[in-house]
Design a protein around this ligand. Structure first.
Ligand SMILES: [Fe+2]
Length: 236
């Protein structure tokens, strides 16, 4: 396979490794300059992780873990395109999705805050982009939840996403937020991404994607590299 080259990462699109208001970053962020690694064939070709095993139900979080009914909450459809640094669609991109339920609770032993779990909602799914770089999944809108960063800290509604592009250099982990959320202005994770770039993490409501009598629709395009790159999660 011929190697493709990638432009240097545009760091003005991303949060710094250490952002003191996001309290765990001073503990885990590197304090010494990073050492650039030369890109070799292994970074510029592959990998392809688990694409073959993605089934149709994987992209429907309202059904993929249902036990005895439908999950509670506001059903939503999220769709968009995955694009490379030149704005070209990136087909065959594996997107992994995880989120809290409508009450703001994760199925995770560390999440013990007093909001209910939903027996019909796991909060995990995945999908693969088509030839036009397009993806689509169904879920319920995640609730806001408290976290221990500071007094009365609440995370805005958000969905976590991990993407594997066509090379390791085009891996991206990010969060998608919702328009008009008053918690965005108070959230140090969202605020840690530079102004002008952080807005790329907010999806748009779409009446065209909305399905009558069924679910609201949102559009969220994701850019893996280049000057319009979607900000990466500050977890390394
Ligand atoms: Fe979260």
């Amino acid at each position: 396979m011929a190697a493709t080259s990638t432009t240097p990462r545009d760091w003005t699109s991303h949060p710094p490794y250490i952002y003191p208001a996001y309290a765990s970053t001073p503990l885990r962020g590197p304090k010494n300059p990073l050492i650039p690694l030369k890109q070799t064939l292994s970074e510029l070709t592959g990998p392809v992780y688990g694409h073959e095993s993605v089934g149709k139900l994987d992209s429907d979080l309202t059904r993929n873990s249902a036990v005895n009914g439908e999950p509670l909450g506001e059903r939503i459809i999220v769709t968009g395109r995955v694009l490379d640094e030149a704005g070209r669609p990136v087909p065959n991109t594996l997107i992994e999705i995880w989120q809290a339920n409508a009450a703001g609770r994760y199925v995770h032993k560390v999440d013990q805050h007093p909001a209910p779990l939903d027996p019909n909602f796991l909060g995990a799914g995945r999908c693969v982009t088509d030839e036009e770089g397009r993806y689509r999944y169904k879920t319920v809108k995640p609730g806001a939840y408290p976290w221990g960063n500071h007094y009365n800290a609440w995370r805005p509604n958000h969905i976590h996403l991990s993407l594997f592009g066509h090379t390791l250099a085009s891996r991206l982990v990010t969060q998608m937020y919702f328009p008009g959320d008053p918690l965005l202005a108070l959230d140090p994770i969202y605020q840690s991404a530079p102004e002008g770039a952080r807005e790329r993490m907010i999806c748009s409501f779409s009446i065209d994607v909305t399905e009558p009598d069924y679910a609201l629709g949102y559009v969220f395009d994701i850019v893996l590299r280049g000057p319009k790159e979607t900000p990466m999660e500050n977890v390394k």
